[in-house]
Each structure stands twice: as structure tokens, then as C-alpha cells.
Design a protein around this ligand. Sequence first.
Ligand SMILES: [Zn+2]
Length: 122
Amino acid sequence: MLQTETREETELGKSLFFQRCLWCGTPAYRRSYCRACGAVAFGRERSAGAGVVVRRNGQVQQNTWFVAMDEGFNLLCQVTGTAPVVVAVGARVTVVRAVAPHGQGLPVVELIHPETPLRQWW
Ligand SMILES: [Zn+2]
């Protein structure tokens, strides 16, 4: 099942798309079958692009994290605009650059609430 996604890639921008199982409604991201019921039929939906950091992936310097999106699927993201040490589990992030559903590379997210200064006491 070859799909032509060239046009979509240029239109994607910040829009992050995910899959939703047509049988049980379980959301998924870049899966070939549903993790809940095993179906291979997915619809495609647009994510609001907001989620929460759940855990780090790989080296600190890479600043790649698994993010649980509000729609209920997880994906690996590159965090931008902040130092790796600032990112913490539970931080709210938003997608600033998405990738094509079957494209290469990671979606890029940034923290919604920048870190609060640590030296406020003086
Ligand atoms: Zn399913």
C-alpha cells in the first residue's frame, strides 16, 4: 500500500497526525497494528500537539524524550529551546515541528512553561 505523501509533508508544518484504531478506538503512532486488539485498520487524526514528558530516551545530550500526548498515544520527541537538564518528567510540552507519519526524524517539541529562575530569592 504505497501512499503519496509528498503534498502532505509540505502542508504538515506543526500538525502532528496519529492513528486511531477503527475497531476499538485505541490511539497509536507509527504502528502497523493496534496494540489493544491487533487490528490493522487505522483512521488518521490530527493531534492538538500538547503532551507531557514521561521519560528520557538515550543520552542526556540528545535531549530526546518520550511524550504522552493528550490524545493518549506516546511518541519519541526531540526537545528544543532548552537545556537537557531543564526538561523533567511531567513537564508540559507542545509540538513545534511535526514529521510526516511515515517520514524520518523525530517530531520537535518545546516546553510550554519555561523553567522558573532558580535564584529568585535574591
Ligand atoms: Zn484496536
